[in-house]
Design a protein around this ligand. Sequence first.
Ligand code: E4P
Length: 216
Amino acid sequence: MKLFMDTANVAQVAEVAGWGILDGVTTNPSLVAKEGKDFQQTVLEMCKHVPNVSAQVTATDFEGMKKQGDEYAGWHKNIVVKVPMTVEGLKALTYFKSKNIRTNTTLIFSVPQAILAAKAGASIISPFIGRLDDAGEDGMALIEEIMDVWMNYDFETEVLVASTRHPRHIVDAARLGAHIATMPYDLFKKLPLHPLTDSGLKKFQEDWEKVQPKAA
Ligand code: E4P
């Protein structure tokens, strides 16, 4: 299972990449706007730390997506062009596939959308589970259905569980065999922690200290 960070903050990426377990980054226009830094520079800095950095096109028409995506792909080999799940986006996915440019289809909320994006040659699809949960639906049920469908065919498209909110989302995504999960920095920071690890380590250290020779 690959783990990505959902952020446009380079320091956060550098920190977690240092743990040795970070496989990629997903950015989106809202995250980039929140940081207020130059987009190209941000993406290129991230490419120094991870082999996959999703950079989202902001155009909504095929020609515009094509122009932006071609430009992004030319910046660095680690860039994955992020395309919204629309009919124009499907045309763009087909075009990028023909150019061997990697893509991530964003804003997937249904199984038919997932199938269309896979058929158009998306490298990755991103179903947003947290936003479905927020709307009173069951986001993880969508991942379950998509993974069921993926079992029946030879789609090369990887399923990325996006819009995750808590550690249980990561566990459930892994149990369902999703290829990738992306999560915000704060969620990443929770994953290594367990109170029994802390109390256990404290006890080991105390017991070890008790049998160390005292300085004269
Ligand atoms: C994924 O690529 C998206 O950027 C992201 O996961 C959206 O998450 P949100 O619903 O927390 O904004």
